[in-house]
Design a protein around this ligand. Structure first.
Ligand code: ATP
Ligand code: MG
Length: 443
């Protein structure tokens, strides 16, 4: 078992000061699974004040003193160190009203959510596993520590966390835990949007997310009720082999992990067709149409993401992509127009969204994916060539127009007309030619 040098140093420092100290939670689980560790959580019988004293020469951040957590930085790496604790009463399904510090490691492990997260490991790799977590890791099972109903009633976020771990680790949720998840899902309504969003984003990133999003779609429906109309919604379309929800789920999974903004794109795909049920119309030939679903969906996504307290930049990007996701791209001129509206970065995401969307339809539409890659290349080339796609790139500006007698809103109108003509290749972005045009058009 490999614990990294910085972490060993922290554990040793606590031990040398007479305390016991263990790594715990995700880092132990991931170590036992042979997966990379992204951060270490440490649990100790030292009280927050004592931890602060032991690390007097280090940078110590009082992350959550009330809950017994301080963060110590060593060689720039942060370590969250938490005193062994028992959580007090939960009256709001959110956070314990109080915590009690304890000297007993077992009690600390008992307050944790799932058996696979309730294993502690000391400096020498000795394992403390009172709830059978190692066995559950071997079998690939997510199981509550103790009675699932009680544990979900204490903190309903655990409902979503169970589903998230199932998605990320590819583990099955144990029968009684699964039953309690379905029964108690409405408790999620008490959980803050911020905590929900964090878990949702991790869930979407799991390699097992198709299975989980299908099996636990009621949980998704609890946090995003707007998606429930998509469940089993037959598209009546030759392009689609899945109902709207299954198509959605498969499109989320089709986003390549290596993309820089994969997380935003997954969120986009989760919501890209949320407007479809409301836009649905069946024609006389029995074929489904979803005119304006992208526009309706963009509005709905905006509302959903505000409610889930996502940041404005994410919300705007998702909305802009959904708004255009079903537009056909037919020409370089059109690419220039879209670039003018949303810029290169969002355009490239739009193309990725179109690819993910197509991957979740009948396979004959996959042929379009090459074409989509071509659009991305064209867009990159246009930007690299400094092609004129915005008013600010015109060879003249508002002052120039004022000098030849333009006033007020006529200035903006004229600049935009010139830009349109340039994009349509009917006018060159040449200062003299633009001034001639402006003089000619002046009433
Ligand atoms: P990740 O790999 O995402 O960091 P993790 O298991 O480390 O997974 P964290 O959210 O970092 O998850 O939490 C650290 C540990 O704290 C968990 O492993 C678990 O033991 C405990 N924990 C976290 N949230 C809860 C909760 N809501 N209820 C009970 N225990 C929790
Ligand atoms: Mg963690």
């Amino acid at each position: 078992m490999k614990i990294n040098e910085n972490c060993r140093h922290i554990l040793l420092t606590l031990e040398n000061a007479g305390f016991s100290a263990y790594i715990v939670g995700g880092c132990v689980r991931d170590t036992l699974m042979g997966m990379p560790i992204h951060d270490y959580d440490i649990t100790t019988n030292a009280l927050p004040q004592e931890i602060t004293e032991v690390f007097a020469d280090y940078r110590v951040i009082p992350t959550g003193i009330k809950h017994g957590t301080v963060t110590v930085l060593h060689n720039g790496e942060p370590f969250e160190i938490t005193t062994f604790r028992i959580d007090g009463e939960y009256t709001d399904s959110r956070r314990p009203d109080s915590v009690i510090f304890t000297a007993d490691l077992r009690e600390d492990l008992a307050r944790r959510d799932f058996t696979v997260n309730s294993i502690a490991m000391d400096l020498n790799g000795n394992i403390f596993d009172p709830f059978g977590g190692e066995d559950d890791i071997r079998k690939g099972i997510i199981r509550c520590v103790g009675n699932p109903t009680e544990r979900f009633n204490e903190d309903a976020l655990r409902i979503l966390r169970a589903v998230r771990f199932s998605s990320v680790l590819g583990f099955e949720i144990e029968k009684n835990t699964a039953k309690a998840i379905h029964t108690l899902k409405n408790r999620l309504d008490n959980i803050s949007a911020e905590r929900i969003s964090v878990e949702l984003m991790k869930l979407l990133d799991g390699f097992n997310c198709i299975e989980v999003l299908m099996e636990y779609r009621d949980i998704i429906g609890q946090i995003i009720p707007e998606l429930t109309a998509a469940f089993d919604f037959d598209q009546h379309s030759p392009y689609h082999k899945y109902d709207v929800y299954e198509h959605t789920v498969r499109a989320v999974h089709a986003v390549p992990n290596e993309l820089e903004c994969a997380d935003i794109l997954r969120l986009t795909m989760l919501l890209h067709d949320v407007g479809k049920p409301a836009a649905f119309r069946l024609d006389e030939n029995g074929r489904g149409h979803f005119k304006k679903h992208a526009i309706i969906g963009a509005e709905m996504a905006d509302k959903i993401l505000h409610r889930l307290k996502f940041d404005n930049k994410t919300i705007n990007t998702v909305r802009e992509i959904i708004y255009r996701h079903s537009d056909e791209i037919t020409s370089e001129k059109q690419i220039k127009r879209i670039l003018n509206q949303i810029g290169l970065d969002t355009f490239l995401l739009l193309i990725e969204a179109k690819k993910a969307d197509n991957s979740a339809k009948h396979s004959f539409v996959l042929a379009e994916i090459d074409e989509f890659n071509g659009f991305a290349e064209t867009a990159r080339r246009l930007v690299a060539e400094n092609a004129c796609m915005t008013v600010s790139a015109l060879a003249v500006n508002g002052d120039d127009l004022m000098e030849i007698g333009y006033k007020g809103k006529d200035i903006g109108i004229c600049l935009n007309n010139m830009l349109e003509l340039i994009i349509d290749e009917k006018l060159q972005n040449d200062r003299e030619k633009l001034l001639d045009y402006a003089r000619e058009m002046k009433i």
